[in-house]
Design a binder for this molecule. Sequence first.
Ligand SMILES: Cc1ncc(COP(=O)(O)O)c(C=O)c1O
Length: 378
Amino acid sequence: MNFDVLPSPAYVVDETLLRKNLEILQHVKQETGCKILLAQKGFSMFYFYPLMREYLDGTTASGSFEARLGYEEFGGETHIFSPAFTKQEIETVLPMVEHIVFNTPTQLKQYKPLIESSGKRIEIGLRVNPEFSTQASEHAIYDPSAKFSRLGTTLSHFDERILSDLDGLHFHTLCQQNSDDLEKTVAVFEEKFGRYLHGMKWVNFGGGHHITRADYDIDRLIRVINRIKKTYDVQVYLEPGEAVALNTGFLVATVIDINFNEMNIAILDTSASCHMPDVLEMPYRPEVIGAGLPNEKAYTYRFGGPTCLAGDIIGDYSFDKPLTIGDRVVFTDMAHYSMVKNNTFNGMPLPTIAAFTQEGEAVIVKQFGYADFKERLS
Ligand SMILES: Cc1ncc(COP(=O)(O)O)c(C=O)c1O
């Protein structure tokens, strides 16, 4: 990959790496007959939707804009879930989706007449909350089973009067997890909600499955899906976002100044706050090609963005040689939850979006300018 031919900063996604992930997901589909949807909240680079459509069954959306993107650019099945829909949102998405998952029986009852009056056959699901956390407690903001969670209906609030309206159940409790956590979650889900699943068409295991990570236990995932399909005679859906794009993208940046305050500080033309907000939100330290941990190599630098935020720090990295102004820096694993979350705080320009084709050619997919900043503001 020749990163030097790209403008800076730029997100670049590699087609070969993306296909590799999609082939792993296809294997799961082939071994189970399950359906896999792209969770667009994690990765919505629709330049690649035609390619992804060769492998996946459709998309899931978190709101009407994502639903429209999936419907127009991806095709296949279009699902939507929101913690709370407005009437206008339901009216907008009705022509685009064929699966709606509600968060509460109240929302389902509220919009059932509207859906029926549209004359369109919509499959309706309810998101349930198994109240079973498998995530480390420091990840509470990513844990839909955390105490007081608003995400999903708990067993004590499951209103059996809506059973005849339901085609399926949905749960989503995982984040970057392996299939052992899924297996434990499914056991609790079954204990609480399994009796309702008999007679339904499908169950959706949500996202958070790190299926394309090297140590992911795919055989266990296949066993869990096949057992549920057999026990309840239902279709199983998975809706990963991150696993689709995991390790397929890079963020190319440039050193624009180097200064010193008790340590070397390199200021880049990219920002944690604007271009990779999960670095601060999660938080985590992204990897940089050719760099080591602080002090592992001879020259250590703290990478920061050019915004006013004192905490716009990407991380500390060491190199064999001193960095100089103009050097390229390439962050790895930057396809998912980056483009979809970026912003123009401080008037920061948005990175170019690029692709490497299977032949190794660099394609500039989209460049952004002042208008993209201005148009959002008034
Ligand atoms: C309901 C739902 N489905 C799917 C996903 C995708 O999760 P991931 O990108 O971790 O696979 C999320 C992520 O928050 C979600 O909330």
